[in-house]
Write a new protein. Structure first.
Ligand code: MN
Length: 719
């Protein structure tokens, strides 16, 4: 685990590669100064101390930093560890470099014995000191990286403390600066020291799994390379194993084990130009089906740390999930070097910090945060800005809440209490009313106004971000839908029973429904009412199962044909009709006019019970508040049967019912209810509830019945 020793020569070579004209005189002076200052000093590992500033400076050179920063890297420990006076340093290397070194020295050292509060205070000082000049931060990060790489010679206690601090502060800082390799390395090193057993377990597990899939990965590479060659797209393919800490984090966050993580390995396709990225994506998706929800376009919408790439996961050969990240060479450089890649070295102009919009976030954040008095709140806030996937907001009493980025006031309301979430009616952000779908920003002060009459709405699901809010809204919406369905079912059933002279409440009291529950294997009344509401059970079916005497008006003149037809109809669902734009459970058909598909319809919004569909010709459409009438149309794909009521008046003569039955089956219509009786003046009346496909089908039926011998009149009942 030995670090290769960096020589000053290596640094000079690295610098020449990106700054061929650089004046290295200052750098040499800094090197000599550091060598003299650290002479005779050894690191804990027994290696000459100078190896440390050299290694730190090499990292800075790899990040293409300017000469003063590299000098700062060489000299970063001389003031503190060697007792060199500041004035001597200033004499030797000048004001700029000295300023960086002094700034670094001021970053507070956290004592092992310090209380949590003092520790937090120290973090805060460190961050504020570093924010004065982004170069101080870069030196500090490189310093920390080398210390982490050489942590093995320290005590267990020191290892743990330094690793914890690295995970809390430095890895997120590296991420925020967009230096992905440094973040990964810092995280993995910390993870390894904080939890060696788990680290080893994951490392081995990943190695085995990746080895097992080696053939698949090889095949993917070959297929892609071949295609790129054929289509003349300049693109290089490489593969890499995801870093262990990120795998561990995913396991913890999603509460899954290693077996369930399929993206342990990712391909990287690096193209010459941005436009090739989308061509490559097209090829990948044409070869293998993309896994839904896994495509991310960070080119069109870069991450907050400026990261750009296309990410996709496809079902690769033999069905394995394969992740592919596609980026141009320039994007790749940025992802590797982060902010450093934005630093433009104009000839001899060096690094001009004022140009760098990229760092404004850090200055802005820290400037704002210096006002915060509590170190805990400060750190929380800092942390959240370091984690670009989160936002940090405050309650009106100044309590901090942490939410995923993109969260809304509704998410916030649910973090307070589920009651607050459920009754969240309005939201104020920084004193102003905002829509409930407003995207919360860091530092927003959020106030929720509740209302007793408010309840979670289904469309909230479209914008909430937190799993907790989502789950609670779903549960409430489901409960309400059930309640509405029960109310609707009860209404349908009551009416159906009333027609047969029965009373729902009375039957309920007498326990008569028990037979129905048993007959249809229902768990309880609620179940029964819902079955009626959703059309799984018709009132006629309920009637059939009730213990009761035949209603008096029904005569015994049933033909076998009717019974068969009734049976047939009951086996079919009488729902299945969709009205465009409205979830079907909220749609019901007015029992006055029973509109059928094909006729013009209009919807009436009922309070709490969805939409009732009437025929436009229905007299009821003249009633009710005009704003509650809405335009609706039949869904073109709508299939299914709808109920219509018809009445046939005929001469009272034998065989007539048989004739009607024949006429009905001739046009393939099913009957769900039928009644027939004779009137005093020797006329027969037959009333049917029929199930028809649409208006045309209904008209066919009416015509067919009119032709039956003895029929006097056929009419549709519209009330
Ligand atoms: Mn150091």
């Amino acid at each position: 685990m030995k670090e290769p020793i960096v020589r000053f020569q290596d640094i000079l070579e690295a610098v020449r590669a990106y700054m061929p004209d650089a004046d290295t005189g200052l750098l040499r002076r800094a090197y000599v100064f550091a060598a003299v200052a650290h002479r005779g000093q050894l690191r804990k590992s027994g290696i000459p101390y100078l190896s440390h500033p050299l290694a730190v400076t090499k990292t800075l050179a790899d990040l293409r930093m300017d000469i003063p920063t590299l000098c700062g890297g060489l000299l970063h420990d001389v003031l503190e560890d060697c007792g060199v006076p500041e004035s001597v340093l200033r004499e030797q290397v000048g004001e700029e470099v000295t300023g960086l070194v002094v700034g670094l020295t001021k970053t507070a050292k956290v004592s092992l014995r310090s209380t949590k509060r003092r520790k937090l205070e120290s973090y805060r000082k460190t961050l504020i000191a570093m924010s004065r000049d982004i170069r101080i931060l870069m030196i500090k990060l490189s310093d920390r990286l080398h210390n982490m790489r050489t942590l093995y010679s320290l005590s267990e206690e020191q290892k743990k403390r330094i690793s914890e601090e690295t995970l809390t502060i430095y890895a997120p800082l590296a991420n925020r600066l967009g230096i992905s390799w440094m973040r990964s390395e810092l995280e993995d090193l910390s993870f390894r020291h904080l939890n060696p057993d788990l680290y080893e377990e994951i490392r081995q597990g990943v190695e085995e799994k990746v080895k097992a899939k080696a053939e698949v990965f090889k095949k993917v590479s070959e297929i892609l390379e071949e295609r790129f060659r054929r289509e003349n797209i300049p693109c290089e393919i490489s593969g890499r194993v995801k870093h262990y800490y990120s795998i561990h984090r995913k396991m913890v966050q999603q509460e899954i084990d290693l077996e369930q993580i399929f993206d342990l390995f990712a391909f990287r396709a690096i193209t010459a130009e941005e436009r090739h990225c989308y061509q490559v994506l097209g090829i990948v998706h044409s070869l293998w089906a993309p896994v839904p929800g896994r495509f991310k376009d960070y080119i069109a919408k870069p991450k907050p740390n400026h990261y750009r790439s296309l990410h996709t996961t496809v079902f690769g050969p033999s069905g394995d999930c394969v992740e592919i990240q596609i980026r141009s060479r320039a994007m790749h450089q940025e992802a590797e070097h982060g902010v450093a890649s934005h630093w433009i070295y104009k000839e001899r102009a060096g690094f001009d910090q004022k140009d760098e919009a990229t760092f404004r976030w850090l200055r802005g954040v820290l400037d704002g945060l210096q006002e915060i008095s509590s170190p805990k709140v400060f750190l929380d806030a800092m942390q959240l800005d370091l984690f670009p996937d989160q936002v940090y907001v405050l309650t009106p009493t100044g309590e901090a809440r942490e939410l995923p980025r993109g969260s809304t006031p509704v998410d916030f309301a649910y973090t307070i209490h589920s009651e607050v979430g459920d009754h969240c009616a309005q939201a104020k952000v920084n004193g102003k009313l905002v829509p409930l779908r407003y995207e919360l920003q860091n530092g927003d002060v959020v106030e929720i106004l509740t209302s007793k009459t408010q309840s979670p709405r289904k469309d909230w699901l479209k914008f909430v971000k937190t799993a907790d809010a989502r789950a609670k809204i779903r549960a409430r919406v489901r409960r309400e839908e059930r309640e509405q369905a029960q109310a609707l079912g009860r209404e349908i059933l009551e009416k159906g029973l009333r027609k047969s002279g029965l009373h729902y409440a009375k039957l309920l009291k007498e326990g008569d429904f028990q037979k129905v529950l048993k007959a249809y294997r229902l768990k309880g009344m609620e179940d029964l009412l819902r079955a009626v509401a959703y059309g799984r059970l018709s009132p006629a079916q309920v009637l059939d199962a009730l213990p009761r005497e035949e209603p008096e008006e029904e005569e015994g003149a049933w033909d076998k044909g009717f019974e068969r037809l009734v049976e047939k109809a009951e086996k079919r669902s009488d729902t299945g009709v969709r009205v465009r734009g409205i979830p079907d459970i909220f749609v019901r058909f007015a029992r006055c006019c029973h509109p059928v598909q094909g006729e013009e319809i209009i919807g009436f919004i009922t309070r709490g019970r969805g939409v009732t569909i009437h025929a436009k010709s229905c007299p009821k459409t003249k009633e009710g508040e005009p704003e509650r009438w809405i335009e609706v149309q039949w869904d073109e794909g709508g299939v299914g049967l709808q109920r219509a009521k018809i009445r046939v008046i005929s001469e009272d003569r034998p065989g007539l019912l048989a004739g009607l039955s024949k006429a009905i089956s001739a046009v393939d219509v099913n009957i769900s209810q039928a009644k027939a009786w004779t009137t005093g003046d020797r006329q027969g009346v037959a009333q049917f509830d029929v199930m028809v496909r649409n208006l045309e089908h209904l008209n066919d039926l009416l015509h067919s019945l009119e032709k039956v011998k003895g029929v006097v009149a056929v009419e549709r009942i519209l009330h």
